[in-house]
Design a protein around this ligand. Structure first.
Ligand code: NAP
Length: 251
């Protein structure tokens, strides 16, 4: 572990990203809480600071090249060079293939894949300089295929190949890269899916839990705990892996 413990988490205003940011602060990292809207990050920053941690709210559209570079540069200047990057920002634009618009395809591929690429390219400079770094990308069980998500599953499967290649290129600099593929996690993203199909969220979660071997849906803290392991020194020999965190086996 380097002395400089700065982590950058994208999509950290809420959901999984917020839980990851809070957990990394508990692990001793100063955390850059990044999301589209800087003011939306205030709640996460406040939670971290109340616990005695250090956090900085950063507004960034991860799919915008100049904005991604500027966000990483700002974090390096105001908190210190980031040595942990969690590419968590994400969107869904679900539809069956024959109804999916060009924009639904482009925007999902752009936020997940282009966003993770741009943020990783900007952050690796600091990690390779430090000789230590951790990149964690949020994939999904949807990478294995999911009806109505041809855009999202392509992006999440793409992130798995992206992760393995980062691991191969960056390993010699002390940088590991891994992906987490969550199953059903209760957040605004899954609540929106329930609303879209016209099912009450509690009923939606109960139905999902019945299909999951551990008989519950996931919570953001389940993913945060896995991130905490992957960025730790205990995980220094774990790289290029996809960890399914889904309450049962996948892949
Ligand atoms: P969420 O509650 O919808 O939160 C996603 C966050 O990302 C939002 O704050 C959103 O901001 C932000 N974001 C969207 N586009 C962005 C951009 N271009 N630049 C910066 N930030 C952006 O989602 P979640 O459920 O926590 O999911 C987090 C990650 O886990 C995603 O990558 C998702 O695909 C993945 N995942 C989730 C589940 C699940 O069951 N929930 C399962 C598998 C994988 P706005 O609110 O402004 O849009």
């Amino acid at each position: 572990m380097t002395d400089n413990r700065v982590a950058l988490v994208t999509g950290a205003a809420r959901g999984i990203g917020a839980a990851v940011a809070v957990r990394l602060a508990k692990e001793g990292f100063a955390v850059a809480v990044c999301d589209l809207d800087e003011s939306a990050c205030a709640g996460t920053v406040e939670t971290i600071e109340k616990d005695g941690g250090t956090a900085l709210a950063v507004g960034v559209d991860v799919a915008d090249s100049a904005a991604a570079s500027a966000a990483v540069a700002r974090v390096a200047a105001e908190l210190g060079p980031p040595v942990v990057l969690v590419n968590n920002a994400g969107i869904t634009r679900d539809n069956l293939l024959f109804k999916m618009s060009d924009d639904d395809w482009d925007s999902v591929i752009s936020v997940h894949l282009r966003g993770s690429f741009l943020m990783s390219r900007a952050a690796q400079e600091h990690m390779t300089k430090a000789g230590w770094g951790r990149i964690v990308n949020l994939s999904s069980v949807s990478a294995l295929g999911n009806r109505g998500q041809v855009n999202y599953s392509a992006a999440k499967a793409g992130l798995q190949g992206f992760t393995k290649t980062l691991a191969i290129e960056l390993g010699k600099f002390g940088v590991t890269a891994n992906a987490i593929a969550p199953g059903f996690i209760a957040t605004e993203m899954t609540a929106a899916t329930a609303a879209r199909v016209g099912v009450d969220f509690e009923d939606f979660k109960a139905a999902a839990a019945k299909e999951i071997p551990v008989r519950r849906v996931g919570v953001p803290e389940d993913i945060a705990g896995t991130v905490a392991f992957l960025v730790s020194d205990d995980a220094s020999f774990v790289s290029g892996q996809v960890v399914y965190v889904a309450g049962g086996p996948r892949a």
